[in-house]
Design a protein around this ligand. Structure first.
Ligand code: NAD
Length: 428
């Protein structure tokens, strides 16, 4: 789902090259890590509800499994591309390494628009995706999960197909399953909460009370909704949320200076995180252009929608008051925009650290599946907080010691760990 002219894989490689120089990696290690280990691209024929056949295109990319089985979500999106999936699989490798969980990086996708597909058609896509990959994924090799426009139901259809093919129960094949069917409590909240655990720590280091801050958020899907809720619980106020309108599928910013109420906004939000802008207007929201969320006079920006949102073209629109950017989305900031943000001394909590709560909880889900014993929600969230906080502290300490931009510090830790694993295995 890359924007025209923007190649997320090139961006992921440019970020990697920078850290490879910092770490003085040898040629073989660079060659190995700047490319995925394995890629699958395939067709998924589906009989549609009207009786016609339609062929969808699916992908799975396994970037690196030196530290454990590949892990990463599956996106359903009409503009999905192999390069987006490559980039995301690479970011998953760094994400698992930065929170130090024994998993590698993978990502998958299908070019399709679930808005226009019945539940039965979506089920057929899920089952077809697994049939094409049944020999290449598994609890000990590659473990998928939900991502943009996929959910627990899609994961259960996929698991069911895999178990039919292999003739046994394999709850560890996939994470993000429904609770009661091998899913973990807390998974729905995990990514958004994780963003706010790291934000809370950043504010502490800056001696700022969350209750004295105001934020603007892009996105109102799974990540953003829970990030807003926990940030509100800490006393922070969100004054602007940007997302799609349900009717025209264009993006708008929804502003309420006395504070966005996540619960009431949720009542006019569809399952894809789209808001009905007419109803939002009736609720007292100002409807502004899609990019306006970035220009608000706030302390904190949380991009939690999609990649390539803070760029060379708009980075200078960020208000002077902004002190922290916590990246809920993957790849929202381009390397050119990073330079401006670093020069302005804005505290950046980079994507693969800030949004690692999802994969960390997925890892907890696997652990629980393996034990066949499931933890209470408080236990899951407290373990998540511990893991996110210690990862954040390790990155911020390195950034402080070596005077590095936070993204670079996170990369140094992650790429260093993965490069070492490859070396120890004798791959480079
Ligand atoms: P989602 O599909 O639930 O929500 C996406 C939100 O972004 C929706 O509100 C949608 O309206 C909005 N959006 C889409 N295009 C937009 C645009 N052009 N302008 C403004 N808003 C737009 O997705 P999600 O699960 O919340 O994921 C959001 C981001 O976080 C993605 O980059 C995803 O890869 C990343 N992420 C998600 C998880 C997870 O556990 N869900 C984990 C790590 C990273």
């Amino acid at each position: 789902m890359a924007k025209e002219g923007f190649n997320p894989f090139q961006m992921a490689q440019a970020q990697f090259d920078k850290v490879a120089d910092l770490l003085e990696l040898d040629e073989a290690t660079r060659d190995l890590l700047r490319n995925p280990m394995r890629e699958y691209a395939f067709t998924i024929p589906v009989r549609m509800d009207d009786g016609t056949m339609k062929v969808f295109r699916g992908f799975r990319v396994q970037h690196n499994d030196s530290r454990g089985p590949c892990k990463g979500g599956i996106r359903f999106h009409p503009q999905e591309t192999i390069d987006t999936v490559r980039a995301l699989s690479m970011w998953m490798t760094w994400k698992c390494a930065v929170v130090d969980i024994p998993l590698g990086g993978g990502k998958g996708g299908v070019i399709c628009d679930p808005h226009n597909l019945s539940a039965r058609e979506q089920e057929q896509i899920c089952r077809g995706w697994v049939r094409q990959l049944a020999k290449n994924i598994g609890p000990l090799s590659d473990v998928p999960a939900p991502d943009v426009m996929t959910n627990a139901q899609h994961m259960l259809w996929m698991l069911d197909e895999y178990e039919h093919i292999h003739g046994n129960k394999y709850p560890g094949l996939i994470t993000g399953k429904p609770v009661g069917m091998g899913g973990s409590l807390g998974r729905t909240e995990a990514t958004g909460y994780g963003v706010v655990y790291t934000l809370r720590e950043a504010l502490k280091q800056m001696n700022i009370k969350a209750a004295d801050t105001v934020a603007s958020v892009q996105g109102f899907g799974n990540v953003a909704q829970y990030a807003i809720r926990l940030y509100n619980q800490l006393g922070g106020k969100v004054i602007c949320v940007a997302c799609w309108d349900q009717n025209d599928q264009k993006s708008y910013s929804f502003r309420k200076l006395d504070g966005v109420n996540a619960d009431s906004l949720l009542s006019i939000t569809d399952r894809f995180g789209g808001i009905d802008k007419n109803k939002a207007r009736e609720m007292g929201y100002e409807i502004l252009p899609g990019e306006a969320w970035l220009e608000q006079d706030v302390d904190i920006l949380i991009p939690a929608a999609l990649e390539h949102q803070i760029t060379e073209e708009n980075v200078n629109k960020i208000a002077p008051r902004v002190k922290v950017i916590a990246e809920g989305a993957n790849g929202p900031t381009t390397p050119e925009a990073d330079k401006v943000i670093a020069a302005r001394n804005i505290f950046m909590i980079p994507d693969f650290l800030a949004n690692a709560g999802g994969v960390t909880c997925s890892y907890f889900e696997q652990v629980q599946c393996n034990m066949n014993y499931y933890w209470e929600k408080d236990e899951v969230l407290s373990k998540l907080d511990t893991k996110m906080t210690s990862a954040f502290l390790a990155v911020s300490e390195l950034a402080r010691k070596k005077k590095l931009y936070m993204r670079d510090a996170a990369y140094v830790i992650s790429v260093g760990r993965v490069a070492q694993a490859c070396k120890d295995r004798g791959w480079v």
